[in-house]
Design a binder for this molecule. Structure first.
Ligand SMILES: Cc1cc2nc3c(=O)[nH]c(=O)nc-3n(C[C@H](O)[C@H](O)[C@H](O)COP(=O)(O)O)c2cc1C
Length: 379
């Protein structure tokens, strides 16, 4: 193992040169390009459904699992399933968040279809549903119907630029009009979106989100679920374009030096772990505004609708030049999180189910996250 004192030098294009123990240099490349290729391939397909799906697969989704399977039928129909192997059993024991990500997928599919003059007839859970777990039954049946009345949705213009922005936000207040616009955008499909600026409540939420992150990373099973999904360095990200990408030269170099490995990232005694906690604390405390989305009940359809509302709000934030960062830990239904779950619902829920909680702010732009590409989703 090379010494930790080996030199890391950042040179043009985000490339790192690491001085090796033998005096040579190791060339470490920039973030994986192949893992981001699906963002460039969006809209490059002839057939209508594939064209629309190439946008839908860019949807936000928990831990970037992209658990979406699609069976094309005839000329104008598809059945949409969840890949049951791509769920998050520890932190999402009832598949609530995975279902929200499916809702975001369906909303981007809808926006793309409208762009081509098609309306979607979506039948959610056509064969029924189970509240405690997703199963082999479809999430939705979708029919594409040509409709001369349908108007393109202006939010479609932001699909390729949308991000979940996880940077530390700048100390700049978010204007009240922007917060109102975001809340209005998320008030769709029977969901309710609320936004707040830098109020006393925001101070409580900064602390609550900080604590919820700490609770997750110090709960061994929950942390292990994340660690197992870490893709460290460009090589691993290219091989598995999903999960938590720790991409770019610094992570590749850190891995090579033994600093950022799955073992060190999950061990509370290590520098890498402590740095992660410190970074998340800085992220939580930098929030200048927050938003949340509630639904009147916890049904599967409500979860799909929350995902649809969330991605619309995220697209509107993109239009307004704002970052959105979902911060879901306190909403999760595992035992160790229960007191923070109760706290956040008492604080914000008003008797409703909080489906999404996110910080809002101004930040530096971030590159797109990896995607698996269309072929990975077609069965
Ligand atoms: C239901 C849901 C929950 C999420 N929770 C978190 C979270 O707690 N922390 C986080 O950093 N990102 C969270 N995200 C954002 C995802 O990590 C992100 O969408 C995914 O990595 C893909 O990146 P992108 O949105 O930039 O395309 C969540 C997204 C969804 C849809």
């Amino acid at each position: 193992m090379p010494s930790r004192r080996n030199v890391l030098k950042l040179i043009g294009g985000g490339t790192v040169l690491a001085a090796t123990a033998t005096g040579g240099f190791l060339h470490i490349s920039a973030p994986s390009k192949p893992a981001r290729a699906p963002w460039k391939k969006a809209g490059q397909y002839e057939e209508l459904r594939r064209w629309c799906l190439s946008y839908a697969l860019l949807a936000p989704n928990p831990h970037n699992r992209q658990p979406w399977l699609v069976e094309l039928q005839g000329d104008d129909t598809l059945t949409f399933y969840c890949d049951l192997e791509r769920r998050l059993p520890v932190t999402d024991p009832f598949d609530r968040q995975i279902t929200i990500g499916c809702g975001a997928f369906l909303e981007l599919l809808t926006l793309a279809a409208a762009q081509r003059g098609y309306r979607l007839n979506i039948t959610p859970f056509p064969d029924g549903e189970d509240f405690t777990t997703l199963d082999k039954r479809p999430i939705a049946q979708v029919e594409f119907v040509a409709d001369p009345e349908i108007a393109p949705d202006p939010l479609f213009a932001y699909v390729l630029d949308r991000r979940s922005n996880k940077e530390v936000y700048k100390p700049i207040d978010v204007p009240a009009e922007a917060l109102t616009t975001l809340a209005q955008t998320g008030n769709v499909f029977g969901t309710k979106a609320t936004t707040i600026g830098d109020t006393e409540l925001a101070t409580k939420l900064r602390e609550l989100t900080r604590q919820a992150h700490l609770k997750e990373v110090t709960t061994p099973d929950a942390m292990q679920e994340s660690v197992d999904l870490m893709r460290i360095g460009a090589h691993e990200v290219t091989a598995n374009p999903d999960g938590i990408e720790l991409d770019g030269p610094m992570f590749t170099a850190g891995k090579w030096l033994g600093l950022t490995t799955p073992e060190t990232m999950g061990d509370p005694e290590t520098y890498a772990f402590k740095e992660g906690v410190r970074l998340y604390e800085a992220m939580a405390l930098s929030a200048r505004a927050f938003g949340w989305i509630t639904t009147p009940d916890g049904s599967r359809v409500a979860q799909l609708n929350a995902g649809r509302a969330h991605v619309r709000l995220n697209l509107k934030a993109t239009e307004l030049g704002l970052g959105i960062h979902p911060w879901s830990q306190a909403l999760q239904e595992y035992e160790e999180m229960s007191s923070l779950y109760d706290e956040v619902h008492n604080l914000l829920g008003g008797g409703a189910r909080i489906q999404m909680l996110f910080r809002i702010g101004y930040s530096t732009p971030v590159i797109p996250t990896p995607r698996r590409g269309l072929d990975a989703h077609l069965v």
